[in-house]
Design a protein. Structure first.
Length: 799
């Protein structure tokens, strides 16, 4: 028996413990059953959790439960991406320190303490959401075992030339003081000024317009479009840079836009990526202006030592004073910023490690077709990104809390010395090579950079499969069944995982990729810590509303689509949970004396509800196999509220209450259907609301089913042919009931008001079934007389 009311607080905690104690979600390494492996995003440790995390992780979790209930051996690990810039920034903020001001080891220790705290918070939240993760498979990217895998991946790539080092201009964040990758760029609109400045050419003024006058000293040439007849005569001549009075050549390039500014462009090292393109294409010299800390190089006259913005103000002043500023227009323009700190990026030469991705662009484009993208539109996002790649993947970061590069450089000849596989994981800043360099020198300088955090998290399928260790499972688990992630990291996590997987295994990392949307605070605004626009914390939301209510809400979404959240939305969830509890309570009361045996004859309407849920289960499977958890839930809801509660239960109620009128076998037929269908309803809902379904199962069904938890039962309705006849019969019954209700409500009659007579006409082939259902209809419609006639289509007359 169920209690009258469902009190979720006690029950949710009870089952979180129960599942843990009984290893309900443990992956069985020895099972012969087909595995379904899930590559789930290791969250970065960058602050507290909000509803957005709940939203996307719940959707993936529902898939894990679904696959488990299809009899698959589900491999559902969880990891934390706990090194790298996001974590460093969190620690700097929380402790009000700057990494650069502390001894490296002290800062790293602080990072470790902070990540532990947040990981615990994450894990207990995930558990209280009922996530069916196998926690024995947990990993952290800073863990030595994972460092070893990551360093090994790098060594293999370096050995084959796929990873290489070069000294060249790189995207650089002067705030975080590290190189960054193209994938970490974001763009923003900023107001700035377009400054018109004259360069002198043989006594004539040639005016250029620039947003970056502070780079005048770094000016290496002027460019003119070769088709711009206005200025052709200047090509090949020399121009004199104002204020600094040195000569630069005037060159031609078709990339110059004739109608932007004056049509003449200054090229400095480096104002933007176009400058860099020109620098490479025209083999231009490099003149340093901005240094890695964002200050102007000290040897630059007038500006040395200033920050970029101050330098810009100062040079504008100087130009004005010298009558060299012809005009200054305020404009809005697009600036590239670093996604982690929102500050404009610079391009500064330095020595970095890269992974070659450009040379294999075609291969990466081709494999897009071999992966199943859900929703399919996300494939375009991937393709667009790969097509627009401009840089190889820079993987070195001049930061602290990360996995070190396992190498040193000979202090005499500069030759790199890589660590040996058996030495991994290694920190070259703490250990030195034992053998001398081939040049005979014994002294080495460690590489002090750390890996880009994506360089490790992109190995997640290999990490999960314990690649290249004694327990290597790559053959068993790869390609994984599915990857789940947000759309904004297709260009990083999805892409880099494909790159690494193809390189190391020659195979794709996964068969399917499921892309979830975000939760928006309001239209167009993502919930984020920095904006402080999240409502209550997930913990508070669970305490007030239950995990089931939140999960039920999260399952509403359309795949890949953003959604908005307000706590009000949970009312719908709570109404559903109450309805499910009450319906189950009613059924179980009617099942008190049910012995589990099949009746001699199953009544048509009972047959119908069984066939109907069979059909539902099959369509739900189809939807869930396509990751459409929202569509599947919609159909299940429709069945539960409409077919089951509003129609079926109303029709059979009297038969259950009054065997003396309807017959004992007839009552048993209804009980048989109730048992079967309620259990099936619970199984279908178990993937969405695991707690309440488990409680109902444990209170009643477990004693008969003899399986420890509903969550390891299977959706096992046969995929029999659709029985059109019985389904059509049920639909007609629904129609008849609705007409009777309509008749009464239009006349303001109570539903229990007797009706003198009802005449139903039906197609010939349904008469037999309907005859067997007359008593049910009479009882639920309170009709005194009921007549059946055969006719072309269903009709009902009420008097
Ligand atoms: Zn930055
Ligand atoms: Zn050497």
């Amino acid at each position: 028996m169920l209690s009258k009311k469902y009190i979720f607080q006690d029950i949710e905690n009870k089952y979180t413990e129960f599942w843990k104690e009984n290893n309900i979600y443990k992956y069985d390494f020895n099972s012969e059953n087909e595995s379904f492996s899930i590559d789930t995003p290791p969250p970065t440790i960058s602050g507290s959790l909000h509803i957005g995390h709940i939203f996307s992780y719940t959707q993936a979790e529902i898939i894990a439960r679904f696959q488990r209930m299809q009899g698959k051996n589900v491999f559902y690990p969880f990891g934390f991406d706990d090194n790298g810039l996001p974590t460093e920034r969190l620690v700097e903020k929380e402790e009000n320190i700057r990494a650069a001001d502390l001894p490296r080891s002290e800062f790293i220790n602080k990072c470790i303490t902070t990540t532990k705290k947040y990981e615990q918070e994450f894990k207990s939240l995930w558990q209280s959401m009922g996530f069916s993760i196998d926690w024995s498979l947990q990993y952290e990217t800073i863990n030595p075992k994972i460092q070893k895998i990551s360093q090994k991946s790098f060594l293999y790539m370096a050995e084959s030339g796929k990873a290489y080092t070069k000294n060249s201009p790189v995207l650089w964040c002067t705030t975080c003081q590290t190189s960054i990758a193209q994938a970490e760029l974001e763009t923003t609109e900023k107001e700035t000024t377009f400054n018109y400045i004259p360069f002198m050419v043989e006594g004539e003024k040639l005016i250029i317009a620039t947003t970056r006058p502070e780079l005048l000293y770094g000016c290496v040439c002027l460019f003119i479009n070769p088709e711009d007849t206005r200025f052709l005569k200047y090509i090949g001549k020399k121009a004199i840079v104002p204020l600094y009075n040195f000569e630069i050549p005037i060159l031609a390039d078709e990339k110059v836009s004739k109608d932007k500014g004056t049509g003449i462009v200054m090229c400095a090292t480096f104002g933007d990526t176009t400058d860099l393109e020109w620098y490479e294409k025209h083999s231009l010299p490099y003149k340093c202006v901005i240094e890695i800390d964002g200050k102007i190089y000290e040897k630059v006259p007038f500006l040395g030592g200033l920050k970029v913005t101050a330098a810009r103000e100062k040079i504008i002043e100087l130009l004005k004073e010298n009558n060299l500023l012809i005009k200054s227009e305020v404009i809005n323009h697009t600036v590239s910023i670093h996604e982690r700190c929102g500050k404009p990026i610079e391009i500064i030469p330095s020595k970095q490690w890269y992974i070659d991705i450009l040379s294999e662009r075609e291969r990466y484009l081709k494999v897009a077709d071999e992966i199943n993208w859900y929703p399919s539109s996300m494939k375009t996002k991937y393709i667009t990104w790969v097509e627009n790649l401009k840089w190889d993947w820079c993987i070195s970061r001049q930061r602290y809390f990360g996995i070190p590069f396992p190498l040193w450089y000979c202090s005499k000849c500069g030759k790199p010395r890589f660590a040996k596989a058996e030495e991994l994981p290694i920190n070259p800043m703490e250990t030195s090579p034992k053998e001398p360099c081939s040049c005979g020198n014994h002294e080495f300088t460690p590489d002090t950079a750390v890996f880009d955090t994506w360089a490790t998290s992109s190995l997640s399928p290999l990490i999960n499969a314990k690649w290249n260790t004694d327990d290597d499972l790559t053959n068993k688990l790869l390609p994984m069944g599915m990857r789940t992630q947000a759309h904004e990291i297709i260009r990083t996590w999805a892409f880099y995982t494909i790159v690494k997987s193809l390189f190391h295994t020659g195979k794709l990392p996964w068969k399917d990729i499921m892309i979830c949307g975000f939760v928006m605070a309001k239209k167009g605004e993502k919930i984020s810590k920095s904006k402080n626009n999240a409502s209550s914390s997930p913990k508070e939301l669970i305490e007030r509303n239950s995990a089931d209510a939140l999960r039920y809400w999260a399952a509403n979404s359309k795949l890949g689509t953003d959604t908005m959240f307000s706590e009000q939305d949970l009312k719908i969830s709570k109404r559903f949970l109450t309805k499910l509890w009450n319906a189950a309570n009613f059924c179980i009361m009617q099942l008190e004396d049910f012995d589990g045996t099949k009746p001699t004859e199953v009544m048509p309407i009972d047959e119908w509800i069984i066939k109907r849920i069979e059909l539902l289960e099959n369509t739900a499977k189809d939807n869930l196999n396509k990751y459409e958890i929202g569509l599947a839930k919609h159909d299940i809801d429709e069945f539960f509220w409409n077919d089951f509660c509003d129609n079926y239960l109303e029709i059979v109620k009297d038969r259950l209450y009054k065997p003396e009128i309807h017959g004992i076998e007839e009552r048993k037929s209804a009980q048989y259907a109730l048992y079967k269908v309620l259990l099936e309803i619970l199984k279908l809902y178990a993937i969405y609301v695991p707690y309440i379904t488990e409680e109902i199962y444990q209170c009643y069904f477990r004693q008969f089913e003899n399986i420890i938890s509903i969550h390891i039962l299977q959706w096992d309705m046969k995929e029999s042919k659709i029985d059109e006849e019985i389904i059509g019969f049920g639909e007609n019954m629904k129609y008849i009931i609705s007409q009777i209700r309509k008749y009464k409500s239009q006349r303001n009659l109570s539903m229990k008001e007797p009706i003198n007579s009802i005449k139903i006409s039906l197609p010939e082939n349904q008469i037999v079934n309907m005859e067997k259902t007359i008593k049910d209809i009479k009882a639920c419609s309170w009709a005194i007389d009921l007549q059946l006639v055969s006719g072309e289509e269903v009709k009902i007359e009420i008097n």
